[in-house]
Design a protein around this ligand. Structure first.
Ligand SMILES: Nc1ncnc2c1ncn2[C@@H]1O[C@H](COP(=O)(O)OP(=O)(O)OP(=O)(O)O)[C@@H](O)[C@H]1O
Length: 232
């Protein structure tokens, strides 16, 4: 589905990705793991067009990726950044409605009713402003908003960061529901247990390159790889 081939990318003078290649398959969940600073978030930002691809190629179903974040979103890729990026001055309802209006139509699989069914908590918070939400509620809103883009591929950067264990479990269960429905996902996550219980496939990134590729079961069983690449 999504292929990165020998991708180079970075910030200004600093090159972070050095010929990174990976594949995310249709209907599967790919976890991108690695230590702090390995280049995981940079990989996602490059996929989303937030950083330019300096070398190499990124394709979706064999087609070159769009140039701008908007084109890429229109191709069916939704991205939940680490910062969640909800509009703090708008209510939950407004945050959701803006996306539904921009990306939805009457035949869209994801509707307001359906995202509220997935996250009933948001239904109770519809008139609250973004800043009045807990971290968990903000993450739910960010995921709900991404779903209203009706993505073919959902990309999440550290969805559990800073969340209480009970909320981490809730987010896990919701993402598992989406996986069962066949939604393709790419997940960057520090929480090894969370990531490998959701993922089918795993790549490990170190110094801007993929250093390990295999199944989630294989990395769970490979303590040497965990120790060497993840410090688990
Ligand atoms: N805006 C930026 N400007 C310059 N360098 C940056 C910027 N953002 C990240 N970097 C650098 O790029 C490298 C990779 O960062 P990246 O955020 O991709 O790591 P990561 O694997 O996602 O780790 P983390 O879990 O810490 O987010 C790091 O050395 C980081 O300092």
């Amino acid at each position: 589905m999504l292929d990165l081939t020998s991708v180079a990318s970075g910030y200004g003078e600093t090159q972070v990705l050095h010929g990174l290649s990976l594949r995310a398959e249709q209907g599967r969940v790919l976890a991108v793991l690695g230590r702090n600073g390995a280049g995981k978030s940079t990989t996602l930002k490059t996929i989303m067009g937030l950083l330019p691809t300096r070398d190499g190629t990124i394709t979706l179903d064999g087609q070159p990726m769009g140039k701008t974040p908007y084109d890429i979103a229109r191709m069916g890729i939704a991205y939940v950044p680490e910062t969640r990026d909800i509009f703090p001055s708008l209510s939950v309802r407004e945050n959701l409605e803006i996306t539904a209006r921009r990306f939805g139509d009457k035949d869209s699989p994801w509707t307001m009713a359906r995202v509220l069914d997935l996250f009933p908590r948001l239904g109770e918070r519809m008139d609250n402003g973004g800043t009045q939400l807990s971290g968990g509620e903000q993450q739910m809103l960010a995921i709900a908003r991404a779903l209203l883009m009706n993505p073919r591929l959902l990309i999440l950067d550290e969805p559990t960061e800073g969340l209480a264990p009970i909320i981490v479990k809730l987010i896990h269960d919701k993402l598992m529901d989406l996986k069962r429905e066949g939604l393709s996902m790419i997940l960057v996550e520090q929480n090894f247990g969370f990531a490998t219980s959701l993922a089918d496939d795993v790549v490990v990134v170190s110094k801007g390159q993929v250093v390990w590729t295999g199944s989630a079961d294989a990395i769970r069983a490979d303590e040497d790889a965990q120790h060497k690449w993840l410090g688990v």
